[in-house]
Design a binder for this molecule. Structure first.
Ligand SMILES: [Zn+2]
Length: 400
């Protein structure tokens, strides 16, 4: 591996420093670091440097990236979108392995170094999305760290056989078991949550549940998730994605939900949904100490053509929808797209300290807040000390 010294960068917008990278790790940070014989010297040109971006909630198995433009045609409800997706994907006959590899190039170009992707599991697709993305992951293991969530996109209790498939997915290597609106989709919250948590308890895996249900429905579901987290001793291993209800319940109810999240160390994912959809109050949750993270959700797929996989832009959206203008608020959003996701994924040696993996992103920006505000193309991206993207282009071979 080529060791290197990056001259003149500013970690998280701080003082200018050099960063020495040896054996894929940050070996030293300081002024005027000596380069050892044979080491490459990279001019950092005064860029901001942040740790690799973390897309900790994506669906890379069913992106339409790299295919002809697909005008959005799904109806307004969640079930409309699920049904539409099944019809479109079956018609297109796309391969999860090929599609996720196409998207990988884009994610690398954007400076993403870690992805937690949900992969569809259900009676219609079986485990082929899981196995397809696993094959892609194996091919590109030096380019991206990828974890997988076995995700019951078409429901659990309304699709007999799904629980068995989810458990088989965990046996086959899915790091996390997912769920989906135990009330809104299944109308059987006890059945879905008991089934999912039983699998998590048997296998010791993590849990990440999509919860779009709003208001009291979502709040009661959250309480049921917290009960099961406590009774199975899964504190610190459970996340709730979207959690729209946190943005739409009365203040007293919100306080009791925050207390439950803290007691059971449950993390919250939001990607700042579009339109007027309620979403979690990020600054309040951050100040109370709730673990927060973010992700792209679907990237150019049948759910929406707008998401493009850029996690700096995602941080912008988190800040924009939250009404943040101050640097402190904008930096909360960037932390969700970096450290927050890395923590939830259990990424080892992540960060900007000596000894951290050299997963680094150089951005032409004065401060972390400016990087979020303008999210310019990434100057340079390193994955474990190797340059993987430059000036907004991934360096994956064309035929990779
Ligand atoms: Zn999702």
């Amino acid at each position: 591996m080529q060791d290197l010294v990056i001259r003149g960068v500013r970690p998280w917008g701080g003082e200018s420093a050099d960063i020495a990278v040896r054996d894929g790790r940050i070996a030293a940070i300081g002024a005027d670091l000596p380069a050892l014989p044979g080491e490459e010297i990279i001019d950092g040109r005064g860029c901001l440097v942040i740790p690799g971006l973390v897309d900790a909630h994506a669906h890379i198995d069913k992106t339409l990236w790299g295919t002809p433009w697909h005008p959005h045609q799904a109806g307004p409800s969640l079930m409309d979108k699920i049904t539409n997706e099944r019809q479109v994907l079956a018609g297109l006959g796309l391969s999860p392995e090929v599609q996720s590899a196409r998207l990988l190039r884009r994610l690398i170009a954007c400076g993403t170094t870690h992805v937690r992707t949900h992969v569809d599991v259900g009676p219609d697709v079986g485990l082929k999305h899981l196995h397809g993305v696993q094959a892609m992951r194996e091919r590109y293991r030096d380019w991206m760290d990828i974890d997988m969530v076995a995700f019951p996109q078409t429901g659990v209790m309304i699709r007999p056989g799904t629980l068995d498939l989810l458990e088989q997915a965990v046996r086959d290597g899915a790091e996390v078991i997912g769920g989906l609106d135990p009330v809104g989709v299944d109308r059987d919250p006890k059945g879905q949550l008991d089934g999912i948590f039983a699998i998590a308890g048997r296998h010791g895996c993590e849990v990440d549940i999509h919860l779009h249900d709003r208001g009291d429905l979502g709040a009661v579901t959250m309480e049921m998730i917290a009960e099961r987290t406590r009774s199975l001793g899964l504190a610190g291993k459970v996340a709730i994605s979207h959690a729209f209800c946190l943005g739409g319940v009365e203040p007293a109810r919100l306080e009791s939900l925050i207390a439950l999240l803290l007691e059971n160390d449950i993390a919250i994912m939001t990607h700042a949904p579009s339109g007027t959809t309620p979403f979690p109050p990020i600054r309040l949750l951050h100040e109370r100490g709730v673990r927060l993270f973010s992700g792209s959700d679907g990237i150019r797929d049948t759910w929406s053509p707008l998401n493009n996989g850029d996690m700096l832009e995602r941080a912008f959206m988190l800040a924009y929808r939250s009404g943040f203008r101050d640097d402190a608020g904008i930096e909360i959003a960037l932390r969700m797209a970096t450290y927050g996701g890395a923590q939830v994924m259990g990424a080892q040696h992540y960060g900007l300290s000596v000894g951290s993996n050299a997963d680094l992103v150089l951005v032409a920006a004065e401060t972390a807040a400016e990087a979020v505000a303008y999210h310019p193309p990434r100057r340079l991206v390193l994955k474990r000390g190797r340059v993987v993207a430059r000036d907004g282009q991934a360096l994956l071979p064309a035929n990779a």
